[in-house]
Design a protein. Structure first.
Length: 406
């Protein structure tokens, strides 16, 4: 999908200051071997003000506009929007207990002790897990890669987050035997909650999650390169993916030519399993910026989207107050959390220029996006290095971008 770039000066940017961003990326991250490549799209309204492609997708192959990136947790907003479509249709409600759709979980307990070679000891939850808890990560679920608690360890033992992990029905069955980390609705913990949303969507719609997302999001929006499984005809467009190494900076993780995303996943991970392109994800962000519509196609009601973008952390406040996670795609200060996105509730507290009400998320391979309704700005950044916490590049890009706003 070809992308047309408009003169940034006509869209309210200082072109010379925008040009500093790719220079910074190249000199600090690409020339030093810290990142393999970098793609940056900056939009204003429905137009593209800036597009930069640097580095090699694979050795000797310059990164192209149509590169297909593993977007990991940038899948979460897509799955969350589908869930909210079902809410709009009266099929689900935010206040519904999760056990309405997953009766196997009706008697889930909260961790007290045990784990490893000892059986878990639990107590009853003080309140049931509700659908809103899955959307805002207050469910009591976790991620095994946080490596902090016996519950995290149990997830790792069961390989719950593996690309070739259990399918969503088996996922639910296994989790029925693992306690929650805390009472639902009382804390925020980055987790597999969005994967459970995907399992609920499958059950409600009685069809696989990938088919539901295709019918409700990617096909209506013309996101032609957003998939759970990359078709064989598109594998040549997949960049190599790396993992950080303290001495060598980057170690190969998933070569593009033989990418695992070219195989049918056993687990359709609505929380982290998708791939996409700059152009496709820009279409998704344009829909969000325009109140739930794109090119005359309504995906979500304007007021539904307003509710998704509000801060839903219990009692208000930011993640410094509520988060128990060791890692997430958000900095804690000034960040609230909506229904599928982080949202800025105190721009000054973040220490980065921006606007109250901008919303964002990222993925573990260092991809990121944000949308700023106050300034009509969209930013999408793509590269392929795990973990996303390795470098502060996303904060740096946002800071430099706002410096260029006239």
């Amino acid at each position: 999908m070809s992308m047309t770039v408009i003169d940034p000066a006509n869209l309210g940017f200082n072109p010379a200051l925008l040009e500093r961003i790719p220079v910074h990326i190249r000199t600090k991250y690409l020339d030093s071997g810290c990142l393999p490549h970098a793609a940056l799209l900056i939009g204003r309204g429905q137009e593209i003000a800036y597009l930069s492609l640097q580095g090699d997708a694979r050795p000797g192959e310059p990164l192209a506009q149509d590169a297909i990136f593993r977007i990991a947790s940038m899948s979460k907003p897509i799955t969350s929007v589908v869930f909210m479509q079902l809410v709009e249709e009266g099929k689900l409600a935010l206040a519904d207990p999760v056990h309405r759709i997953i009766p196997e979980w009706k008697n889930l307990g909260v961790f007290v002790s045990g784990g490893g070679t000892q059986p878990f000891m639990t107590r009853p939850t003080s309140q049931p897990m509700r659908m809103i808890d899955l959307l805002r990560h207050t469910s009591g679920l976790t991620y095994g890669f946080q490596e902090r608690t016996p519950i995290d360890a149990a997830y790792r033992k069961q390989k719950l987050e593996a690309f070739a992990g259990p399918d969503l029905e088996e996922f639910i069955r296994i989790l029925a035997g693992i306690p929650l980390q805390f009472d639902p609705g009382t804390s925020w913990n980055y987790s597999i909650s969005t994967d459970i949303l995907g399992a609920i969507i499958q059950r409600v719609e009685n069809k696989p999650l990938d088919e539901v997302i295709a019918e409700r999001i990617t096909q209506p929006l013309g996101m032609v390169d957003t998939h759970f499984q990359i078709p064989a005809s598109k594998i040549a467009r997949v960049p190599d993916c790396y993992v950080f190494h303290p001495q060598d900076r980057m170690k190969p993780y998933d070569p593009g030519a033989t990418t695992a995303w070219g195989r049918k996943p056993s687990q359709l991970s609505g929380g982290g399993g998708m791939v996409s392109t700059l152009a496709d994800y820009h279409r998704f962000c344009r829909m969000l910026l325009d109140g739930g519509t794109l090119d005359g196609v309504r995906i979500l009601g304007r007021k539904t989207l307003d509710m998704m973008l509000a801060n839903h952390l219990p009692g208000g406040g930011d993640l410094t107050r509520h988060s128990t996670a060791l890692f997430s795609e958000a900095e804690n200060a000034g960040a609230g959390f909506g229904l599928g996105f982080a949202t800025t509730i105190d721009s000054a507290a973040t220490g980065v220029p921006g606007s109250n009400g901008d919303f964002y998320w990222g993925g573990m391979f260092s991809t990121a996006f944000f949308v700023d309704p106050a300034e009509d700005i969209i930013m999408i950044f793509m590269t392929q290095l795990m973990p996303s916490s390795t470098y502060p590049i996303r904060r740096e890009i946002k800071t430099m971008l706002y410096a260029a706003v006239e």
